[in-house]
Design a protein. Structure first.
Length: 386
């Protein structure tokens, strides 16, 4: 069985998002290589993280059933990603039994050329369009909406990274959607094996600096904590997705005299970010829209207590009062109150740490997630052969 797996894999683990998921999935594929051999499954990864349009192929003798093809994105990708994937799929010149894409454009090509196609849907584009910062972003969202409408009835399966995904698809389409199966995001071994070296009162909120991530509400909550004489330091690592919003955050930090309490270091390499998870007392998130944030599952795997918004797919990840706190992301008071409780209750932090790790161990290890993925591939193969 030859499977084309379309996702943005790179040799080095980046901080998160779908590219982080790709790296962690590769970890799981390697751990399940005996299943690949037994079932005669060949995984051919197509990754648009290359530096040239000409393909670079990579094979590993240890994992002979896995190959990687790197090539460069065509820009503007909103319009040209479909063509890019089509050219590279056609270039392979051999039969593909199944195409599994983490990109809507890749899944579109699979359905157009009539290959059995599976999609892992990472974002609810019909929700995220409300937070698109510019014309090109909005146009990209509209293109993706058209892609999803076209492929939704043509896909063999949607791998839903949260039950929330299935709920949202059914709401968007206005009908039941039977082609969905729950396969959550895998988490890198780095987070399961790290030793906690907690720095007292250290808060982190990793994420791109954008209105959707709502870092401003964290700053307002921290201002309340400072007024109450709480001791803390908060680090907000992430790339700048909206420069005006970033400037508003910096202004607010200055207005509330939080320069010594808050650090906004920009994007961090994976090693430095994982060190922050090791050191953090609490991970805070105040996003207004998410699907199943990888930083939450990473925090839980590392034993870092989580305070996160009671929205979207997050309640399926965080058990309120048992493995973390769910808060109103629009309420600085609610956020501040829950941070204060956790900062001042070591035994509660320890409880959240142990319960979080147990949940993560049972649900998000890469070998567990990828085994489920391979089982679905085999089911689809067996259905097609009957």
């Amino acid at each position: 069985m030859d499977i084309a797996l379309i996702f943005d894999y790179s040799r080095d683990r980046i901080t998160g998002g779908p590219q982080g998921v790709a790296y962690d999935t590769m970890e799981g594929l390697k751990k399940n290589h005996r299943i690949l051999e037994k079932e005669d499954i060949n995984i051919n990864i197509l990754s648009s993280t290359g530096t040239t349009f000409r393909s670079l192929f990579e094979n590993d003798d240890t994992y002979s059933n896995i190959s990687i093809e790197y090539f460069k994105k065509m820009v503007p990708s909103a319009f040209l990603s479909d063509i890019n994937f089509l050219l590279h799929i056609k270039k392979r010149g051999k039969k593909i039994d199944l195409l599994h894409s983490h990109a809507l454009s890749g899944a579109l090509i699979g359905t157009v050329i009539k290959v059995p196609t599976v999609l892992t849907l990472h974002g609810m584009v019909w929700k995220e369009k409300y937070y698109a910062p510019n014309f090109y972003s909005r146009l990209t969202v509209e293109m993706n909406l058209l892609r999803f409408r076209y492929i939704s009835s043509r896909l063999k399966k949607v791998f839903a990274i949260s039950p929330y995904v299935t709920d949202e698809i059914e709401t968007f389409l206005g009908r039941k959607y039977a082609n969905s199966v729950l396969i959550e995001n895998p988490v890198s071994d780095v987070f399961f094996t790290m030793q906690k070296k907690e720095t007292e009162n250290l808060l982190i909120y990793p994420g791109v600096i954008t209105p959707r991530k709502n870092q401003i509400c964290v700053i307002r909550a921290l201002a309340r904590l400072k007024k109450d004489n709480e001791k803390f330091h908060c680090v907000l690592p992430g790339s700048i997705g909206d420069i005006n919003y970033f400037n508003d955050i910096k202004k607010l930090i200055k207005i509330h005299d939080l320069e010594k309490n808050v650090t906004v270091p920009g994007p961090l390499p994976f090693k430095k970010l994982s060190d922050l998870f090791s050191e953090a007392s609490i991970m805070v998130m105040t996003s207004l829209q998410e699907t199943a944030p990888l930083v939450i599952s990473e925090a839980m795997a590392s034993g870092t207590p989580v305070i996160a918004p009671d929205i979207s797919g997050i309640p399926y990840m965080v058990s309120d009062g048992n493995s973390g706190f769910l808060i109103d992301p629009a309420s600085p008071e609610d956020i501040a109150d829950h941070i204060s409780v956790l900062l001042n209750d070591c035994s509660l932090r320890e409880k959240f740490k142990e319960n979080s790790k147990q949940i993560a161990e049972s649900r998000w290890k890469s070998e567990i997630i990828v085994k489920k993925q391979l089982d679905e591939y085999i089911k689809l193969r067996d259905m097609n052969s009957t």
